[in-house]
Ligand binder design. Structure first.
Ligand code: SAM
Length: 272
């Protein structure tokens, strides 16, 4: 893995090819059948912090094939999911029909969304495995502010930036900078998919690291008021497949040398 100076278009097209490639793998490995059987899907921490969504217009950014989007629909939200992978959006539309949960799905790069979507939302949600695909957090936050109703909330839960500083050769050994890299890191060796390790991904990925300050400042500079920021060593549900339950029933990554944050969450509000 190396940082590589390439155009955003090259990185975006490469990442889209990767997500198109692994969507069918994820349809088999995410646990769709458990969702369809009615299993509570979103972690308790997210539900508590987002609050009641019944009857509220919710925009889900980077929705993949729509499982979380449809989980919000099941809680009564009027949902719109956005993703730039045509394969993921097609799968999301199929799943919406199969689950009998109404939803609108739009295929668009986040940065092009103002050209493809009108209207304002009460809640904008995005979670787990999202920021590393984004080149420009300032513009990302401006787009979120643009689509929020006055008084509406933005909520993100994602991997903690510290988590991405560990390399993949030795567990818990610092290998990558904590700070933002202008040029994306390129992961170009065929490697096991994160959900189904028996599947070796063929397409490279291009990923950006963001520091905690980049995230907080992007949201604040877009004019949103930050109401909550949290860092988790363990959670009520395994938001990453490698998380296992510990004695208190919470899920975490095993063999952590000292308590470390693996996930963060942030809630911010557009002023009325
Ligand atoms: C790990 S998934 C996150 C969703 C959710 N946590 C899940 O696992 O279902 C990341 C998603 O971001 C999408 N994505 C990456 N870059 C994007 C962009 N610039 N615009 C829109 N979607 C993007 C990918 O297609 C992928 O579906």
């Amino acid at each position: 893995m190396n940082a590589k100076r390439i155009s955003y278009e090259q990185a975006r097209d490469g990442n889209r090819a990767l997500w198109d490639e692994i969507t069918p793998v994820h349809l088999r490995s995410y646990g769709v059948e458990r969702f369809l059987a009615g299993e509570p899907w979103l972690p308790r921490e997210i539900i508590d912090q987002v609050g009641a969504v019944s009857g509220r217009a919710l925009l889900h950014l980077q929705c993949h094939f729509g499982l979380d989007t449809l989980a919000w629909a099941r809680l009564g939200a009027e949902v719109t999911g956005v993703d730039f992978s045509p394969a993921a959006i097609e799968a999301a539309q199929e799943l919406s029909k199969e689950a009998g949960l109404p939803a609108r799905f739009i295929c668009s790069d986040i940065y092009d969304l103002p050209q493809h979507l009108q209207g304002e939302f009460d809640v904008i949600f995005t979670s787990i495995g999202v920021l590393c695909w984004l080149k420009d957090l300032k513009r990302w936050a401006e787009i979120i502010a643009h689509f929020l109703k006055p008084g509406g909330i933005f909520y993100i839960m994602d991997g903690h930036p510290l988590r991405y500083t560990f390399g993949d050769t030795e567990p818990w050994k610092f290998a990558l900078s904590f700070f933002h890299n202008e040029a994306p890191y390129v992961w170009d060796e065929k490697g096991p998919d994160y959900m189904d390790p028996t599947y070796l991904t063929q397409s490279p990925s291009y990923e950006w690291q963001w520091a905690v300050s980049d995230i907080i400042n992007a949201v604040a500079d877009a004019g949103l008021r930050i109401e909550h920021f949290d860092e988790y060593e363990a959670m009520s549900a395994p938001v990453y497949p490698e998380m296992t339950p510990r004695e208190d029933g919470l899920f975490t990554i095993p063999d952590m040398p000292v308590p470390l944050p693996i996930v963060f969450s942030l809630r911010a509000r557009k002023q009325s």
